[in-house]
Design a protein around this ligand. Structure first.
Ligand SMILES: *[C@@H]1O[C@H](CO)[C@@H](O)[C@H](O)[C@H]1NC(C)=O
Ligand SMILES: *[C@@H]1O[C@H](CO)[C@@H](O)[C@H](O)[C@H]1NC(C)=O
Ligand SMILES: *[C@@H]1O[C@H](CO)[C@@H](O)[C@H](O)[C@H]1NC(C)=O
Ligand SMILES: *[C@@H]1O[C@H](CO)[C@@H](O)[C@H](O)[C@H]1NC(C)=O
Ligand SMILES: *[C@@H]1O[C@H](CO)[C@@H](O)[C@H](O)[C@H]1NC(C)=O
Ligand SMILES: *[C@@H]1O[C@H](CO)[C@@H](O)[C@H](O)[C@H]1NC(C)=O
Ligand SMILES: *[C@@H]1O[C@H](CO)[C@@H](O)[C@H](O)[C@H]1NC(C)=O
Ligand SMILES: *[C@@H]1O[C@H](CO)[C@@H](O)[C@H](O)[C@H]1NC(C)=O
Length: 900
């Protein structure tokens, strides 16, 4: 009996003191919890947790960095932002019974959120954005009844968004799951979160339609579903979404008509529906909210005229209508929109003149009217837009002179007026635009001389005056001469370096430099003449013998062979010409006229580590490309040469440049292949390297679907070489100059299978081979020479990155800085800001697709060869990306524009 009483007494005592006991004990245990959290951090590069010291005199509330306590001494907030901690999230945090805020933005925590976190019922704000968390989004987060804000953006979560995430979300105000790899539909259960103000599900792979319940929560103001795979028509929104401020639908596959009526919503300020498949016209709605600042419907299928109703959006700053099918003219009322800073109307079918009224938009920063059908003169009033950074009027029919008052635009960085009918001379005052980086006046009718004031333009990174009627001596200004002859070519009366046209001597003291130049020229002329003579002799000898056809591996081969006549005449060159195809002329006369131009400098179309390429035309209209080998690499004799090239002559693939024959003599070796007219990928992405190729090239011609086609074509060609050819053919010299483009911008891979002809790494100066540096797989570059097909995969990966970013594999923006493309992209992708590295000239693409291609590029450029996929797998991945693509209307539109 007594014992029982005592026991009861103690039990009561315990009950009374337990809460007390806990609150006195807890600081110590919370400290342990935090130390356990620290114990799961494996790397702390900035010593952010240095103050988290187990010493007994250390109080977490007072001493621990990033810890904030409530008045009872319990941990209330953990805020460790951008501290780059690496590790896993410790389950121990569930021991913090008063935790309100857990903000670990900008670390490298991996794994998933521990299930123990379900016990932190006090949690109000969970911000784990920008980490490396993975797995499915845990369902238990839906049980945290006090949660106001959930941010899991910029992680690697996969799977679907669990419907139960919104089970108990009555207090939730904002959810961001942006930039993960989520798939499946958006669960409609989020409509139960009655206080929800916004959600951001952008940059995932979500499918299905736009949730009809979006504005059931009455205060819904912020909706972003950008860059997903959502499709279908939009539900009616205007009646329910009265509070909407921000709506981003960009880069999905939405169709149907655009909800222009949303513009009348009182609080709407941001509306982006670009890169979808919306159709229809801009209607004559009467109202547009005064708050609208951004209106972007670019890259859709909107036609009709630009309704002047746009001008009702009185405070609009960004107006982007480019890549649609708009016609009519630019409404003069646009001048009333005094807040405009960005206007992009390019790539439509808009005609008429540039309204003078644009000059009254004082704070205009970007005016992009490229590739329209504008005529008339450039209004002088543009000079009033003193804050312009970018003026692009290229690809129109503008006439008249360049405005004399452009100098008013002191901040201008981009001035692109190429491909118009502008005449008159280049105003001297252009030299006052000292900030200018991109200056393109090519393909106009400009005359007169190049003003020396251009020497003031020291920031130039792109400069082109070609295809005009400029005359006189090119001023000796290094800042413009650095752009080489392509920047000045096709100006018949222009002379002096960097052109090959010497200036006729006019004054006595110029002659010294003149003669030096002439001598230089004549040396190269001599070389050309000697080389031409050589080949002609070679061909002459060929005529001595009869033409015979012979069968080889089932393929007709035409052999023009000279029998060694035993002549001792040292001028006589014995040569052998073998043609793999019957489509080339086989008569001597054809070859004589055809080869007259051969090895003429003007016919040079390319160069590389193996040899120089010339174009040769036959009178019958056929063109071929002839590569004059500069080195035989590891090839020792004629037999070996014939065997190597003969094997390659049998290969046929639509994306391979077909080898059509070869010529061998002891002093001169040629490889003959088909000629493709559209230059190479390098020229299109980075500008010309040789003059005599196609006339006008423009990065914007390489829009995304073309680039993707080039990637896929090249991948298919490589897969054919690696997997279908027995024995396997390796390329080992893949770079953008070796990817040629035909009329339809289809890829034709050249220089394959010429490993033996590559300069030897050991005894050939490294520099030349390594001009391809950036493409060379690391195992090759460090000369361990473990050659395998994965070396090609590496180089191909670099090509993918080059296609998406428009940058060279290695760039050095300043003398001391070197940017290696794949490292740069990897960094950006890890930070979740991959879109920062997209080629600025790319428009009308699905960001999702670019990111997938970037990721593939990075996998291909893995350090370890075993990590890289095979070319067959690469093709599969690319095909998958293209299948996910909605039937691409945009590229269709572009092709249409291209033809017109
Ligand atoms: C995290 O810490 C706990 C306790 O210190 C330990 O048992 C666990 O293995 C750690 N986890 C990792 C991934 O380091
Ligand atoms: C999460 O934290 C970061 C860094 O402070 C912040 O930029 C971001 O807006 C937060 N997320 C939300 C949804 O507030
Ligand atoms: C949302 O609310 C409806 C009723 O209002 C209920 O039937 C449904 O189960 C709720 N959804 C979730 C996920 O809790
Ligand atoms: C995107 O979703 C589609 C369809 O659900 C799927 O086939 C594809 O693999 C997903 N892509 C990525 C990159 O997750
Ligand atoms: C518009 O925004 C203001 C605050 O900026 C707010 O007071 C008002 O309620 C909002 N209107 C609607 C319809 O949500
Ligand atoms: C240059 O800009 C100023 C506005 O600051 C304007 O008054 C002036 O007329 C402009 N000059 C020309 C030539 O357009
Ligand atoms: C530009 O160069 C010319 C000489 O060619 C010089 O007279 C002029 O002052 C320079 N202008 C500026 C803004 O530097
Ligand atoms: C060039 O010749 C002119 C006269 O012919 C002379 O005045 C001038 O000094 C000479 N310049 C040089 C660099 O020799």
């Amino acid at each position: 009996m007594r014992k029982e009483r005592i026991e009861r007494f103690f039990r009561i005592l315990l009950l009374i003191f337990l809460p007390l006991l806990r609150s006195t004990v807890s600081p110590a245990s919370e400290k342990e919890v935090l130390l356990e959290f620290k114990g799961n951090v494996s790397s702390d590069p900035f010593n952010s947790l240095k103050s988290w010291d187990p010493a007994p005199d250390r109080d977490p509330c007072r001493d621990f960095n990033g810890i904030f306590c409530d008045s009872n001494g319990n941990v209330q907030k953990i805020i460790l932002k951008s501290t780059s901690l690496v590790g896993v999230l410790s389950p121990s945090l569930s021991g913090l019974k008063s935790l309100w805020i857990l903000s670990l933005f900008g670390n490298r925590f991996t794994g998933n959120i521990p299930t123990e976190f379900a016990e932190i019922g006090t949690l109000r704000k969970l911000n784990l954005s920008t980490n490396a968390l993975s797995g499915q989004i845990p369902e238990f987060l839906g049980d945290l009844r006090n949660l106001r804000l959930l941010d899991l953006s910029k992680n690697s979560f996969t799977g679907e968004i669990p419907s139960s995430l919104f089970k108990n979300c009555i207090r939730t105000k904002f959810v961001s799951l942006s930039r993960n790899s989520l798939s499946g539909p958006i669960p409609s259960s989020f409509a139960n979160c009655s206080r929800l103000v916004g959600f951001d599900f952008s940059f995932n792979n979500l499918t299905g339609s736009f949730p009809a319940e979006s504005c059931v929560p009455p205060s819904m103001a912020y909706i972003s579903v950008r860059s997903n795979s959502l499709a279908g028509n939009l539900p009616e929104l205007v009646s329910t979404c009265q509070s909407l401020e921000f709506l981003d639908l960009a880069s999905n596959a939405f169709s149907g008509s655009l909800p222009f009526d949303l513009l009348q919503l009182k609080n709407l300020s941001f509306f982006n529906a670009s890169s979808n498949q919306f159709r229809g016209e801009i209607p004559d709605i009467v109202k547009c909210s005064d708050r609208v600042e951004t209106f972007d419907i670019s890259a859709n299928d909107i036609h009709g005229e630009i309704s002047p109703v746009i001008t009702n959006c009185r405070n609009i700053r960004v107006l982007d209508l480019e890549f649609n099918q708009l016609n009519g003219s630019i409404p003069v009322e646009i001048g009333n929109l005094k807040s405009l800073s960005i206007v992009r109307l390019g790539n439509n079918m808009i005609e008429g003149t540039i309204p003078e009224e644009i000059g009254s938009i004082e704070f205009l920063v970007i005016l992009d009217l490229q590739n329209l059908r504008l005529s008339g003169e450039i209004p002088a009033s543009l000079g009033n837009c003193r804050f312009l950074l970018e003026l692009d009027l290229s690809g129109n029919n503008l006439e008249g002179e360049l405005p004399q008052n452009l100098y008013n635009m002191t901040y201008l960085k981009v001035l692109d007026l190429h491909h118009n009918q502008l005449n008159g001379s280049i105003p001297t005052s252009l030299g006052e635009l000292v900030m200018i980086q991109f200056l393109d006046l090519s393909e106009n009718l400009l005359s007169g001389s190049i003003p020396s004031s251009l020497g003031n333009l020291t920031q130039l990174t792109h400069f082109n005056l070609s295809f005009n009627n400029l005359s006189g001596v090119i001023p000796e200004l290094p800042n413009i001469q650095q752009f080489g002859l392509t920047a000045f070519s096709h100006n018949p009366e222009l002379c002096g370096a960097p052109l090959d046209t010497p200036c006729l001597a006019t004054s006595g003291n110029r002659t010294t430099s003149k003669t030096g130049r002439a001598r230089l020229l004549s040396v190269s002329a001599i070389i050309a003449i000697v080389a031409a003579a050589t080949i002609l002799t070679g061909v002459c000898v060929i005529t001595i013998v009869n033409i015979k056809a012979r069968k080889r591996k089932g393929k007709e081969e035409l052999v023009l062979e000279s029998t060694p006549i035993g002549s001792s005449d040292s001028n006589l060159i014995i040569g052998k010409l073998v043609l793999f195809t019957k489509s080339l002329p086989s008569k001597y006369e054809d070859w004589e006229t055809g080869t007259k131009a051969l090895l003429d400098k003007d016919c040079m179309i390319g160069g590389g580590s193996i040899g120089t390429v010339y174009r040769t035309n036959f009178e019958c209209g056929i063109s071929i490309a002839v590569k004059k080998l500069e080195t035989l690499g590891r090839i020792r004799n004629q037999d070996e040469f014939e065997q190597e090239i003969g094997r390659l002559g049998n290969l046929r693939h639509p994306n391979l440049l077909a080898y059509q024959g070869y010529y061998w003599s002891s002093t001169l070796q040629l490889i003959i292949s088909e000629f493709v007219p559209n230059g190479n990928l390098y020229e299109h992405l980075h500008g010309f390297s040789y003059s005599a190729t196609s006339s006008s090239s423009n990065r914007s011609e390489l829009y995304w679907s073309r680039r993707f086609g080039i990637a896929l074509g090249t991948a298919r060609a490589l897969a054919y070489l690696h997997h279908d050819c027995k024995p396997q053919v390796l390329h080992l010299n893949i770079k953008s100059t070796n990817i040629l483009l035909d009329e339809g911008y289809e890829a034709k891979l050249s220089d394959y299978g010429l490993i033996k002809l590559l300069p030897m790494l050991n005894n050939y100066p490294l520099t030349k081979f390594h001009r391809a540096v950036g493409y060379v797989a690391p195992e090759l570059a460090c000369q361990s020479l473990r050659i395998s097909d994965r070396c090609d995969v590496y180089s191909f990966g670099v090509i993918l990155l080059e296609l998406v970013t428009g940058r060279k594999p290695v760039e050095s923006p300043t003398a001391t800085e070197v940017v290696v493309l794949c490292d740069h992209v990897r960094g950006l992708l890890e930070r979740g800001t991959a879109s920062d590295c997209f080629d600025q000239t790319l428009r009308g693409f699905a960001e999702n697709e670019l990111i997938q291609v970037l990721k593939l590029g990075l996998i291909c450029t893995s350090e370890a060869p075993s990590r890289r996929p095979s070319m067959a797998e690469v093709v599969q991945s690319l095909v998958k990306v293209s299948k996910e693509r909605k039937p691409n209307r945009k590229s269709f539109l572009l092709e249409f524009l291209d033809v017109s």
